[in-house]
Design a protein around this ligand. Structure first.
Ligand SMILES: Nc1ncnc2c1ncn2[C@@H]1O[C@H](COP(=O)(O)OP(=O)(O)OP(=O)(O)O)[C@@H](O)[C@H]1O
Ligand SMILES: [Mg+2]
Length: 382
């Protein structure tokens, strides 16, 4: 006896109105430990398959009411991979082709004359079926992998687009920054030329005039030379003020607090502001750049207060805490409506203050409200 091990434990459903024939197959299959269920009424087949899926279905081609070929697609609807073998007593070639086309996996003729061959048909069908299932699983897996890769690509693409956008924004900011820097240079050139023209230029004309008068009136030249000498003194004072404004030499020589104090002193002289300075803690040794940048922020803040604020009092706080510096410059003036983003784009003064603190890796912010003054706060770690 052949072993037909593939039949062991296989769950078989036979749908055939010919009970005796079905029984003969059952007898054969149970010899090899297959489990067999027989249904003679085809109308019950679908329900039975739905309740418990067999591993293999034998389907009689010619049954009353519904033929095997009509039942076949209904079974495939329940499980497209369920192997189906058609049984027919009168199967001709055309019918055989028809059954395979309809999705049957194979067919056998009644009566079964050679059970060994019958066993091999079952073996082929089961193998073919498990192969189809494997291929289907593989295809599904492949689809999953493709979907996963597509998703990964989509994400990478999205990140790339975000990166491009970030760079565009950074470029945009750089452009704005550069144009602000250019504007700042232009402004300071304008200021310098105005200063030289209005004050030094006028005094030079006056000086020349007095020297010419002295030459013309040799007898009375002393008077003119005296006036000329006064002009030279004034010119030299103004020149040193301009030089100091362009680059305060004292920055290197004195502490930041002393520099701020002398800056405040010069603002007290040119305005009626009541300026109060508060220093907390001990100033540590500071880099020239740190001193210069902080000094410039104080200078611009005081310039703004003098030019725009209509304030009467100003408070400057400088705190030295461990390795941190924190400063506040507040006035009690008219304040302003602040949209930081707009200000950054359009205001050279605010922009340069912020840039100078950013340059020292510090934090900078402006707090203000209409009629509630302006408070500039910044801090940095040394
Ligand atoms: N303390 C303040 N009080 C009220 N308004 C202020 C104050 N500081 C600045 N502003 C307002 O904010 C604007 C922007 O200031 P910012 O210093 O950037 O430019 P600016 O002083 O007009 O010109 P610049 O500083 O380039 O010479 C000012 O024109 C002014 O309207
Ligand atoms: Mg300004």
């Amino acid at each position: 006896m052949n072993s037909f091990s593939w039949l062991e434990g296989v769950d078989v459903l036979i749908v055939d109105d010919d009970y005796d024939f079905a029984k003969s197959i059952e007898g054969y299959l149970s010899d090899y430990s297959a489990t067999v269920k027989i249904i003679t009424n085809p109308a019950e087949a679908i329900l039975s398959i739905e309740n418990k899926k067999p591993d293999l279905v034998f389907l009689d081609l010619k049954m009353p009411k519904i033929s095997g070929l009509d039942l076949l697609p209904l079974i495939k609807e329940v499980d497209e991979f369920l192997p189906i073998i058609i049984i027919s007593g009168t199967l001709d070639l055309a019918e055989a082709v028809e059954t395979v086309k309809s999705g049957a996996d194979d067919f056998v003729s009644k009566p079964i004359l050679n059970f060994d061959e019958f066993g091999l048909v079952i073996k082929n069908v089961l193998e073919k079926n498990s192969l189809s299932k494997e291929i289907e699983n593989y295809r599904n897996n492949l689809e999953n992998i493709v979907e996963l890769r597509t998703e990964e690509l989509r994400n990478a693409n999205k990140q790339l687009l975000e990166e491009i956008q970030k760079r565009k924004n950074a470029e945009e900011q750089l452009k704005v920054g550069t144009s602000n820097v250019i504007k700042a240079i232009e402004e300071s050139r304008k200021m310098l030329s105005k200063e030289l023209h209005d004050s030094i230029g006028q005094k030079m004309v006056f000086l020349k005039l007095n020297l010419e008068l002295a030459l013309k009136n040799k007898d009375d030249s002393g008077r003119y030379i005296e006036t000329a000498s006064e002009s030279v003194t004034q010119i030299s004072t103004e020149l040193s003020a301009i030089v100091k404004m362009l680059y305060p030499q004292s920055i290197d020589k004195y502490s930041l607090t002393d520099n701020i104090e002398s800056l405040v002193e010069s603002f007290r002289k040119i305005s009626n502001l009541n300026i109060k300075t508060i220093i907390v803690g001990e100033e540590p040794a500071l880099d020239r750049q740190v001193k210069l940048n902080i000094y410039r922020v104080f200078q611009e803040a005081l310039n703004n207060i003098t030019k725009h604020s209509k304030a009467s009092s100003v408070v400057l706080i400088t705190e030295f805490l461990d390795n941190k510096i924190r400063c506040e410059i507040s006035d009690d003036g008219i304040g302003l409506e602040m949209n930081i983003e707009n200000r950054r784009l359009t205001s050279t003064g605010f922009f340069s203050m912020e840039e100078r603190i950013a340059d020292l890796n510090g934090n900078f912010k402006i707090e203000t409200e209409i009629n509630k003054g302006v408070k500039i706060i910044f801090d940095l770690t040394l």
